[in-house]
Design a protein. Structure first.
Length: 188
């Protein structure tokens, strides 16, 4: 809860609107509004400013339940490609399309978090042996880019249908006809 209070304190001390704070730390305006009005729902953030320390972990507050009925979390997983694994950035046109998509998610109050990942060459894979011993760590890169994750969106929606509708609006994440995404509901 300390991080959430620092976020709201930053907003007030800098005179930021909910939209400005949302853009600085990648928290939806809906989540900020809920926090400020006493609704202790989940609040996730990406540290995007040196003014608010963050451990890198999602910050959860006590959930008092969303107004208007149950909500569902879905993870929209962007699969890797040979291009993303090579560390290539999307074209400026695709970057703008993805920015517009993110703005729409934020404006609708459904985006909890969204991030792209470094190529697997910077990653580490842990394998757990059957005998219960310590895991085996293997440095990347890993083969089969189509089985790797390049990024994700965490969506807070009212229904599976709403999650599917948002997923269908996702621009081709690779922009070269290689894009693949997967939508999965989060256990709560």
């Amino acid at each position: 809860m300390e991080f959430n209070e620092k976020l709201i304190g930053l907003r007030r001390s800098k005179g930021l609107s909910q939209e400005q704070l949302s853009e600085r730390v990648h928290v939806s305006r809906q989540a900020i509004s809920k926090w400020e009005t006493g609704d202790r729902t989940l609040l996730y953030a990406k540290h995007a400013t040196n003014e608010v320390p963050w451990s890198g972990e999602p910050v959860a507050t006590q959930d008092s339940g969303p107004p208007g009925g149950a909500r569902m979390l879905f993870l929209l997983i962007v699969k890797a490609s040979t291009f993303s694994e090579a560390g290539e950035f999307p074209s400026p046109a695709l970057q703008e399309a993805m920015s517009a998509y993110n703005r729409d998610l934020i404006a609708a109050g459904v985006r909890v978090m969204a991030q792209g990942l470094h190529p697997s060459a910077d990653g580490l894979r842990l394998s757990y042996p059957a005998d219960g011993g310590p895991p085996l760590a293997t440095e990347g890169p890993f083969a089969d880019p189509e089985n790797l994750v390049a990024g994700f969106f965490l969506l807070d929606v009212a229904s599976r249908e709403e999650a599917v509708a948002w997923a269908m609006r996702l621009p081709d994440p690779m922009g070269r006809g290689e894009g693949r995404a997967e939508l999965r509901q989060v256990f709560e």
